[in-house]
Design a protein around this ligand. Structure first.
Ligand SMILES: NC(=O)c1ccc[n+]([C@@H]2O[C@H](COP(=O)([O-])OP(=O)(O)OC[C@H]3O[C@@H](n4cnc5c(N)ncnc54)[C@H](OP(=O)(O)O)[C@@H]3O)[C@@H](O)[C@H]2O)c1
Length: 259
């Protein structure tokens, strides 16, 4: 039995669909019954499960939420944690955002438990594009002109399901990307708009006007600078290695979305 956290989200809902399609027993854990902010709700939900798919929301308290889940998994006798982490080049003690550092801290915590583990480190999700405002034929964003090896959340989920199915698979991290590094100029072209690289101060002002918190503004600008540097622009073959087929291109992602 596999417990799935974050099962209603962009990645998690595809994970549960994949597990169902593969006929793998799983338990979707969701609020209000199971809440990462209430550690007491976690352990009973994990009793009787052998693996945990650990996905926590993007949140200022992410390290604490992850720790609650890892501690509950240990207490409940879970044997393996498959963790959805941050982008591979970002995860580390000096990561570009507090979230990237929190993912690294959580990976360290999981390794210290002595449980079996796998870490899935996806690049920028193509699904993020739908949340970026477009104005009068333009896509204004502070993403620079570096390549980003963006990936469809459905491919992250298929890779996750493959890792969960391979219960005796190696304790290791996987760097999940799409098939190509794309600049935002190319992304704009695929979306039928013109990309406009805007300075961070202007992007921050637009985000604040849209109601973003200080945490969200800081995170967005730091991640934009990171992606603009091209740090996550090199595609890997890990999706194909895990699933047996190539990750979707941006054009495939957009065609499926519109179908
Ligand atoms: N976006 C990217 O480009 C990207 C790239 C690499 C890694 N990541 C990582 O991906 C993760 C986010 O995945 P996602 O995009 O699938 O997230 P998402 O769509 O925002 O979904 C978040 C999930 O977490 C659940 N959740 C929220 N608060 C909870 C709580 N207190 N207790 C239990 N469950 C709770 C939500 O359930 P409800 O339905 O109850 O809200 C939902 O199922 C983050 O860890 C992020 O760092 C994102």
């Amino acid at each position: 039995m596999i417990a799935v956290l974050g099962a209603t989200g962009a990645i998690g809902r595809h994970v549960t669909a994949e597990l169902t399609a593969r006929g793998i027993d799983h338990r979707a854990l969701s609020r209000p019954a199971v809440d990462l902010r209430r550690p007491g709700s976690l352990r009973p939900a994990l009793e009787g499960t052998k693996q945990l798919f650990l996905l926590t929301p993007h949140d200022p308290d992410q390290a604490e939420l992850e720790a609650n889940a890892v501690d509950a998994a240990v207490a409940a006798g879970v044997r393996r944690i498959v963790k959805l982490s941050g982008g591979a080049p970002a995860v580390g003690p000096n990561g570009p955002t507090s979230t990237a550092v929190a993912h690294w801290q959580s990976e360290q915590r999981i390794e210290r438990t002595g449980l079996r583990f796998a870490f899935l480190r996806p690049s920028f999700l193509m699904q993020n594009l739908a949340t970026m405002p477009r104005r009068a034929g333009f896509l204004p964003a502070p993403m620079g002109h570096g390549p980003v090896a963006m990936i469809d959340a459905a491919d992250v989920a298929t890779a996750a399901a493959a890792v969960l199915q391979d219960v005796d698979g190696p304790d290791r991290a996987w760097h999940l990307t799409g098939p190509a590094g794309l600049t935002f100029d190319e992304v704009g072209h695929a979306l039928g708009v013109r990309y406009l690289n805007v300075p961070p101060w202007l992007a921050a002002r637009a985000l604040r006007r849209g109601g973003a918190s200080d945490f969200e503004v800081d995170h967005a600008l730091r991640m934009a600078a990171y992606f603009a540097s091209g740090a996550d622009g090199t595609p890997t073959d890990d999706v194909r290695r895990l699933t047996g087929r190539a990750a979707r291109s941006l054009r495939q992602h957009l065609a499926e979305k519109d179908a």
